[in-house]
Write a protein that binds this ligand. Structure first.
Ligand code: CFM
Ligand code: HCA
Length: 533
């Protein structure tokens, strides 16, 4: 089953002319003879369309800052924003011996009408005092939600005064929901703040061990980063900081001394990776620990980067051991998964990353897309050399960073880093469009109407996406897997994660419940049809 240009035309026909013109630019049928195919991305969703996107606050507080466990994150705004970003993402964290893990708490100023009318600054200052008294955290963040920006509370002034009063870092993030067109703008705001106020503030002046690395853009959803740690530590890497899954203010302060930055989710963290390269000369390497093949490739790229014979040997040993352990298990699941098809529509990197894991199991991704990625996530950085083409980069000012010569001396030259990047295929970040097969659909900011239409045509065996659209395919009789929070499961990263994923999707395919749901196209006429008779 595939989608033709005629099918696409028919789907878009339902829209008013202007909307049709807009949406057409966000949908591609992959055709490698046309490479590079351009797609429109990171532009405003048309009002009235049911999108899966979130807001700048979600990207800043929910995604990038939220997982830092020794910080109390205050949401300044009415209660809903804090409440709905409270634990739903399933970013896990272990409590360290000092007990500083505040992730289970939802701290908000709970603004009321009175605060909206007379201003919320006093209330915010009071909440900070209470937080310091009760928790004594290592740092505090304040994230502003829409009404705060509209009434003009000066959260930066409150943060500054509180920092002086309490003697701990208090960081204000102006991530009001309406900034930018999606959560992507919030990533950028959070990245700027972390580089300005956290990274580089630690005492370390040199890497504490051989092969010291940071893992950027990994959020420990369902325990992913624990599995990645397990593998890396066995090979002999030393992880200084993770941004930001199971991460902490204390670790992130010293991220500037690492030899190499791994970039797992490029979309949410590329700004920090690039600023670290400019300021401290730390090169970054794009990795993907989702999928067996992808994990092996990433480990090999890392070993190549350091170029040490011992490390290359140890990497191969660990890969061989892990594969010998998991391959026979995966082979059992492949018997059921092989030949099935999937839709893979997630935020800004998983729509691409998870195709590798499906592929490991013999499942082909026939439609994929991102909610809020930028063009470079689709087309690849080879094609689009810099993210400045994008809308939110115009709205969110770049943070000005200067090279710090002390750290440059510790590293390989930028020329050598460039040379290495060319040798290591994954480090040149190839986008989704590069990997998808001809005839398959690539779609940006897919909405609920289009979801139904494409399901009707392609009838996938599994639909992978988020909570907002999960029940559309369910009602159509198609199993649906959340790839944001993994429903209640995980980890899905690395070798053990691949096994867990195989087990979960196989259980979905074999669940007899689906036999009791008739998709609408197989059943009775729809209500409208009956009324028209
Ligand atoms: Fe990066 Fe993420 Fe994603 Fe993302 Fe997100 Fe997420 Fe996601 Mo949900 S940071 S872009 S803003 S990989 S929260 S852990 S699952 S949409 S694809
Ligand atoms: C967010 C967080 C989210 C939402 C998931 C979903 C997550 O964007 O604010 O819509 O299912 O991963 O928790 O992406």
């Amino acid at each position: 089953m595939s989608v033709t240009e005629k099918d696409l035309e028919r789907i878009l026909e339902a829209y008013p002319a202007k909307v049709k013109r807009n949406r057409k630019k966000h949908i591609l049928i992959k055709d490698s003879s046309q490479e590079p195919q351009e797609i429109e991305a990171n532009t405003r969703t048309i009002p009235g369309i049911i999108t899966n996107r979130g807001c700048a606050y979600a990207g800043c507080k929910g995604v990038v800052l939220g997982p830092l466990k020794d910080i109390v994150h205050i949401t300044h705004g009415p209660v809903g924003c804090g409440y709905y970003s409270w634990l739903t993402r399933r970013n896990k964290a272990k409590t360290p011996p000092d007990g500083k893990n505040y992730l289970a708490y939802c701290v908000t100023t709970d603004m009321q009408e009175k605060d909206i009318v007379f201003g919320g600054e006093k209330k915010l200052a009071q909440v900070i005092d209470e937080v310091v008294e009760i928790f004594k955290p290592n740092a505090i963040t304040i994230s502003a939600t829409c009404p705060v920006g509209l009434i003009g509370d000066d959260i930066q002034a409150v943060a500054k005064a509180a920092q002086e009063k309490h003697g701990i870092p208090v960081m204000g993030f102006n991530c009001e929901g309406y900034r930018g067109v999606s959560q992507s703008a919030g990533h950028h705001i959070a990245n700027n703040g972390l580089l300005e106020w956290v990274v580089g503030k630690g005492e370390m002046t040199a890497a504490p061990a051989k092969y010291s690395i940071n893992i950027l853009g990994e959020y420990n959803i369902g325990g992913d980063s624990w599995e990645i740690h397990r593998i890396l530590e066995e090979i002999g890497y030393h992880v200084i900081a993770v941004a930001s899954g199971d991460g902490s203010y204390e670790d992130l302060k010293n991220a500037h001394v690492a030899d190499l930055n791994l970039v797992q989710c490029h979309r949410s963290i590329n700004y920090i990776a690039e600023m670290l390269e400019i300021k401290y000369g730390t090169p970054w390497l794009k990795v993907n620990f989702i999928g067996v093949e992808a994990t092996c490739q990433s480990l090999r790229d890392m070993a190549q980067y350091f170029g040490d014979e011992e490390l290359i040997k140890k990497t191969e040993e660990v890969i061989a051991k892990e594969l010998a352990r998991i391959e026979p298990i995966l082979e059992q699941y492949r018997k059921i998964c092989k030949g099935k098809t999937a839709f893979c529509f997630v935020g800004g990197s998983r729509g691409h990353h998870y195709q590798k894991l499906f592929e490991d199991l013999g499942i082909e991704t026939v439609l994929a897309g991102y909610e809020f990625a930028h063009r470079d996530d689709y087309e690849g950085r080879q094609v689009i050399p810099h993210i400045k083409v994008d809308a939110d980069s115009k709205n969110i000012p770049e943070l000005h960073v200067e090279p710090d010569p002390k750290f440059f001396k510790l590293r390989i030259s930028p020329e050598k880093a460039e040379e290495l990047k060319k040798k290591i295929p994954l480090s040149y970040y190839a986008g989704m469009n590069v990997d998808m097969k001809d005839g398959h659909v690539i779609i940006d900011d897919m909405n609920h109407f289009e979801t139904e239409e494409f399901i009707r045509i392609l009838k996938p065996d599994i639909f992978a996406s988020g909570i907002k659209d999960k029940y559309i395919p369910h009602k159509m009789g198609i199993p649906s897997k959340q790839l944001h929070n993994y429903d209640y499961s995980g980890p899905y990263a690395g070798f053990n994660g691949a096994v867990k994923f195989a087990q979960d999707v196989t259980a979905m395919f074999t669940n007899p419940a689906w036999n009791f749901i008739a998709p609408p196209w197989k059943g009775k006429p729809l209500l409208e049809g009956q009324l028209q008779k």
